[in-house]
Design a protein around this ligand. Structure first.
Ligand code: FE2
Ligand code: FE2
Length: 208
């Protein structure tokens, strides 16, 4: 018996001929995103070792966590979740669920960025964020990524990985407003915007 997939579940297609995007060191999207999850988890572990501290290093690490997470989230929203919608059965529902978790975490990050480590709300908010992200990462790594690997060719996964690495290079590397990265797109973003909005705008092109 021949089973025909509906066209919306057609094999992974990301919009460009594969030959247009060659790279000396191909890295597939799942490897790129898993590596970023691990980097953030490393920062979470460092922060948990400083639990309750109020020094500048805590502030610096928390800002680095927020910058990394927003950068990662925007890249997933631009390239990963549209592909999920396109190639996976039930992909729309999966993508909507993941997006709602991004939105929830982003609200927690906006709350966190308004606090300093001296605030009584800082550590509870940071722990809330860590819990939300760990839950989300587990879902992606144990649920979504294996499905995506089964639905896409290695070449297609590498094409997506390159696109994600490319878009993330636009992101600011320094989280503090007083220390923007060189040639930063942040200059065009409204003064007074919070860290989450500045990173998101720099990546998504809003404010440029
Ligand atoms: Fe995600
Ligand atoms: Fe992720």
């Amino acid at each position: 018996m021949i089973h025909l997939l509906p066209t919306r579940f057609a094999p992974c297609v990301t919009g460009y001929p594969w030959s247009m995007t060659t790279s000396a060191a191909p890295t597939d999207v799942i490897t790129v995103l898993t590596h970023e999850h691990n980097e953030v988890e490393g920062m979470f572990a460092q922060l948990e070792n400083m639990d309750g501290a109020t020094d500048a290093e805590v502030q610096r690490l928390a800002e680095q966590v927020v910058t990394s997470l927003v950068k990662h989230s925007v890249a997933e929203e631009i390239y990963l979740y549209p592909t999920v919608r396109e190639v996976l059965p039930g992909g729309d529902e999966i993508a909507e669920h993941e997006l709602s978790e991004h939105s929830e975490a982003e609200q927690t990050m906006k709350h966190l960025e308004a606090l300093t480590p001296e605030s009584p709300e800082f550590w509870p908010t940071l722990h809330k964020l860590i819990g939300e992200i760990r839950h989300h990462v587990t879902e992606e790594e144990q649920g979504l990524f294996p499905k995506l690997r089964a639905a896409c060719s290695q070449e297609q996964l590498e094409d997506l990985g390159r696109k994600i690495e490319r878009v993330e290079k636009i992101a600011p590397t320094r989280p503090h407003p007083a220390a923007p990265s060189e040639g930063s797109a942040l200059a065009a973003v409204a003064p007074g915007a919070g860290l989450v909005d500045r990173v998101r705008d720099a990546l998504s092109g809003r404010g440029r």
